[in-house]
Design a binder for this molecule. Structure first.
Ligand SMILES: [Fe+2]
Ligand SMILES: [Fe+2]
Length: 210
């Protein structure tokens, strides 16, 4: 079972901080307010090999390892179901046709912003983080398409599930279940967290040079 690991407490904490940035911008009495003033030099730019690089615009922001692994594992699982053949394999190919471009979009702009969760949750902000807004703005504008793609994937998964049931293909059944849970986690937590990071960074960047 692949699961998206994002602590609800962290998300709630970010929301709380976001509210407090506005409320205490002048008094600097909130946890955010006690942070050092924004520095110009990014400290998180040591990106290693990252699928986001292939899609441009995300070089400084690394997809959290656990999330990159989840996509890689889903990809490998699907390849195995396809390779096993039969009607299940055929249905799995159709899943791949809609899933691959969707994963590419996610790796390009939906997941790299989450690389800022660690520094932001430790109270670290610098003006180099403003570059993330390009991705979070793109995600915000693309939400209808992203959710429509999930619907397409879900329809392809329903056909995969039916074929796997008919052929008693446990790997196909498990994949359909796992990818369904993955998409639900993205809709409820992952995309929302990336959007929240965008709002937070935008708020924090008020004092940064333009
Ligand atoms: Fe995904
Ligand atoms: Fe997705």
């Amino acid at each position: 079972m692949h699961s998206t690991v994002l602590s609800p407490a962290l998300v709630v904490g970010l929301i709380f901080e976001l509210q407090n940035v506005g409320a205490h911008a002048d008094t600097r009495t909130s946890a955010v307010g006690r942070m050092a003033p924004p520095a110009a030099a990014p400290q998180y730019a040591a990106a290693a090999a990252n699928p986001a690089h292939e899609h441009g615009g995300a070089a400084e922001f690394q997809i959290p390892k656990v999330m990159a692994m989840e996509h890689e594992e889903l990809h490998a699982d699907l390849a195995r179901v396809i390779a096993a053949g039969g009607k299940t394999g055929e249905a799995a190919k159709k899943v791949a046709a809609v899933l691959d471009p969707h994963f590419a979009n996610e790796n390009s702009y939906a997941l790299p912003p989450l690389g800022l969760l660690a520094p932001l949750s430790e109270g670290k902000f610098d003006c180099g983080m403003v570059g993330v807004l390009k991705m979070t703005n793109k995600l915000a504008a693309s939400m209808p398409e992203m959710l429509a793609e999930h619907k397409e994937i879900s329809a392809a998964l329903a056909r995969l599930d039916a074929a796997a049931k008919a052929e008693n293909n446990t790997e196909g059944l498990r994949f359909a279940e796992t990818l369904t849970a993955h998409a639900a986690g993205e809709e409820e937590v992952t995309y929302r967290t990336a959007l929240l990071i965008g709002l937070y960074v935008k708020d924090k960047s008020a004092g940064c040079p333009h």
